[in-house]
Design a protein around this ligand. Structure first.
Ligand code: SAH
Length: 345
């Protein structure tokens, strides 16, 4: 019989699962603490659960959804990249970053990706499958236990498109936010999307006060469709109003990610066009000098050009940051570790 990862279920489903085994309702909270907080790896440790229940669960429930395959630590020790093997043999990567305000876990939401962004390594081998809520959760827990410090921010910015796997992402968010889980505030969670409009509208309807990061990378449809095929399906004329709706419903500021690709989208003309596109939106722009991916022809603009681009946006009254670089010595750009290790190059 295939064993299940209880973290793939909602909390109500975990209660139903236990009540079908004739267990009282409080067992769900007891068990949840072992699974969601203590990362218990053996049934013997769960001493407050009756022995016969543990024996029954042993055959039905899986305690480990990931195994560490590789780990890389940056020279400064503030970024650790993990490659995990899943039960079915697939591999995913996750990154832990330590900032002065705490630890951030960057996790994958899919194995591979079907979005096809031209500059991204995650999509190079195509889409393989969605990650389950438990596989997302276990990335955070495994990193917290390995690093030995509490994780207080989670970003869904690893491989995969979170809004292409929204049902599972929503269950994961419930668990990570819950008191029986890691109790991380929604404001400390960022969902990054390439711009799946129905997903953004669904998040707006739910009024989840998470931070939404939208990967823009181009200020007009012609260039954006060339860099990001998703734009052919959800062009800027639909994406920007969806972002506006999100801001209206949640009151939260949106982050626009803009990867600077030398000679492609980094000219002053594009900065001005970008400023016009987002000027009346509550937003923040994060400029990311592209991480060169082998086999792709994109490179970083010189620092002076990045500064010039930033100045134009600032003069237009926009809040802009340039992403601080962590871990570029350890393949920390999306999908690169997995790609190298799996020999996809
Ligand atoms: N699918 C989601 C989240 C994953 S990628 C999304 O598209 O937002 C996280 C961010 O890294 C996105 O903004 C993505 O466009 C960006 N990215 C991908 N490849 C990159 C590269 N080589 N250099 C810099 N940023 C990159």
């Amino acid at each position: 019989m295939m064993s299940i990862n209880l973290k793939d279920l909602t909390f109500d489903q975990i209660k139903e699962f236990l009540s079908a085994l004739d267990e009282p309702p409080y067992r769900a909270s007891q068990l949840a603490r072992w699974l969601f907080q203590r990362r218990c790896q053996s049934w013997e440790e769960m001493t407050d659960l009756p022995r016969d229940l543990r024996v029954k669960l042993q055959d039905m429930v899986q305690l480990k959804s990931l195994t560490l395959m590789q780990k890389q630590v940056s020279l400064r020790g503030d970024t650790v990249k993990y490659l995990y093997r899943l039960v079915d043999g697939q591999a995913i990567e996750s990154v832990l970053m330590r900032y002065h305000y705490g630890c951030t876990a960057c996790i994958s939401t899919q194995v591979g990706c079907r979005m096809g962004c031209r500059f991204c390594a995650s999509t190079a081998g195509g889409f393989i499958r969605n990650l389950s809520p438990g596989e997302m959760y276990d990335q955070v827990l495994a990193m917290q236990f390995d690093f030995g410090e509490k994780i207080n921010h989670v970003v869904l910015m690893g491989s995969g498109e979170p809004l292409d796997n929204l049902g599972n992402v929503l269950i994961f968010l419930d668990h990570i936010h819950a008191p029986y889980g890691l109790h991380i505030g929604y404001r400390h969670i960022t969902i990054s999307t390439c711009g799946i409009v129905p997903g953004i509208l669904e998040l707006s309807r739910r009024r989840l006060p998470v931070t939404l990061a939208v990967s823009l990378h181009a200020p007009n449809d012609k260039l954006r469709s060339r860099l990001m095929p998703v734009n052919r399906c959800y062009p800027l004329g639909e994406l920007i109003p969806a972002c506006r709706e999100y801001v209206k419903r949640t009151g939260r500021r949106i982050t626009f990610e803009y990867a600077l690709l030398s000679g492609v989208n980094d000219s002053p003309r594009f900065a001005e066009e970008l400023a016009r596109l987002v000027k009346d939106l509550l937003c923040h722009i994060n400029l990311i000098p592209v991480n060169p991916v082998s086999g792709k022809k994109f490179s970083r603009p010189p620092a002076t050009r990045v500064k010039y681009f930033k100045n134009i946006l600032e003069r237009a009254g926009l809040a802009v940051t340039v992403r601080r670089e962590l871990g570029s010595d350890i393949d920390a750009a999306c999908g690169q570790l997995r790609r190298r290790v799996l020999g996809l190059l």
